[in-house]
Ligand binder design. Structure first.
Ligand code: ASP
Ligand code: MG
Length: 408
């Protein structure tokens, strides 16, 4: 007998924040069970729980043992998984919870931000075939030495997509506190529209350029394994946004969305000797130090002897980047450093850019029209990002949203 279609339902922290909400989750799961599907539920910790646990680790030691950190911060998901299983049982369903190690969901040894290596499904599938709803603790796995690991903040999205891929689920539904993916942050632009569909690639850019709705790695995984993902709300009954292959989107927009990130920092090395190898001398040590460099500009040197080099990093990496650059001052030979942490990166994203010229021109003209200075520009095939003064964030996003015809 062919097995029933499988569905993965992932519930974020706000969706399981209270016992009442966990009851509501159980009711939603029951509806899908009643429709004849096998269900794997993936849960986050209750909203605020993980941050509380992280805070305790930091309070004890800034340089804590990362394996112990994982042991601690993974506990929030164990609680919600068990509670959700009980809530399902009170509705008369068969259900059991799973910790990451029980599957096992194997990961790399990078404690604190491990990557998924393999999802064990044998025991899970046996249990589901016996009629149990599987309730899986998200965000966690097991590294070598049978040590518990975690996947980085927001990692339960990635757990859910990986499990959906391993189970060959028909879809992975990600329940959150917004009812889908919007053209931009609705808190900034009241006219932001919910997208019915968005391509994996666009979603990947949206997530990595600052839209917080899905963990970036979950989108990568979904794209690789072609898992259809739906982002929807656990508080309403409206359809969400489907993240799908580009071919499945008929009406392609020039620009699908505008993302932004305030967590940026800009560093300029003033008067760097303009000679071969200098870029390697700057960016090599940064990479070795684990600093992720994002945007880069090198000025044309007027005298052929000196140039300025500007780059951006995530705000969280700023101090480390400064330390690395200062330590390498002699080797690089710059005159001085200029820094700015009061900057925002605004990105316009759309697969339409591949085939249509002029998208960048609209962006530059629009920002110029508002008197907003562009400090750094970077582009990819389907994205243009600019760095601007943080004070102009809202103004820039609203103007661009209108300029690209995204206002609802
Ligand atoms: N609870 C974890 C966090 O807050 C994982 C997740 O919610 O996705 O980061
Ligand atoms: Mg999340």
């Amino acid at each position: 007998m062919p097995t029933a279609p499988r569905l993965v339902m992932k519930f974020g922290g706000t969706s399981v924040a209270t016992i009442e909400r966990i009851r509501n989750v159980a009711l939603r799961v029951k509806r899908e069970v009643d429709s004849g599907r096998q269900i794997a539920v993936v849960v986050s910790a209750m909203a605020g729980e993980t941050s509380k646990l992280v805070g305790w680790c930091k309070e004890l030691s800034a340089l804590h043992d990362w394996a112990e950190y994982d042991q601690i911060v993974s506990s929030g998901e164990l609680v919600t998984a068990g509670l959700t299983a009980i809530a399902l049982q009170t509705l008369g369903l068969k259900a059991r919870s799973w910790a990451g190690w029980q599957l096992p969901l194997r990961t790399t040894d990078m404690h604190g931000s491990a990557a998924i290596a393999d999802v064990g499904t044998e025991r899970l599938i046996t249990s589901m075939n016996e009629g149990n709803v599987a309730v899986i603790a998200g965000f966690q796995g097991v590294a070598s030495g049978e040590r518990v690991s975690t996947l980085g903040r927001g990692g339960s999205d990635t757990s859910a997509v990986a499990i959906a891929a391993a189970l060959k689920a028909e879809r992975c539904d990600i329940y959150t506190d917004v009812d889908g993916v919007y053209t931009t942050d609705p808190r900034i632009v009241a006219k932001a529209r919910k997208l019915n569909k968005i391509s994996y690639e666009e979603m990947l850019e949206m997530a990595s350029q600052g839209a917080k709705v899905l963990q970036t790695r979950s989108v990568e995984l979904a794209m690789i394994h072609k898992v259809p993902v739906q982002v929807l709300s656990s508080f309403t009954d409206v359809p969400g946004t489907m993240v799908v292959d580009e071919d499945e989107i008929v009406e392609k927009q020039l620009v699908s969305g505008i993302a932004y990130s305030r967590d940026e920092a800009k560093i300029t090395l003033v008067r760097v000797p303009d000679r071969p190898g200098v870029a390697a001398q700057i960016y090599g040590p940064l990479a070795d130090g684990g600093v992720n460099v994002d945007m880069i500009v090198q000025n044309v040197s007027e005298d052929g002897k000196f140039t300025d080099m500007t780059f951006t990093v995530g705000r969280a990496d700023f101090e480390r980047a400064m330390h690395v650059i200062e330590r390498n001052r002699e080797a690089i030979g710059y005159q001085r450093l200029a820094t700015d942490t009061n900057v925002t990166k605004v990105s316009v994203i759309g697969v339409g850019m591949r085939t249509h010229a002029g998208v960048a021109a609209i962006m530059f003209r629009t920002l110029a029209g508002k008197g907003i200075n562009i400090q750094v520009i970077s582009t990819s095939e389907i994205k243009i990002s600019v760095l601007i003064a943080a004070d102009y964030t809202e103004l820039a996003i609203r103007a661009l949203h209108t300029a690209y015809g995204l206002d609802g």
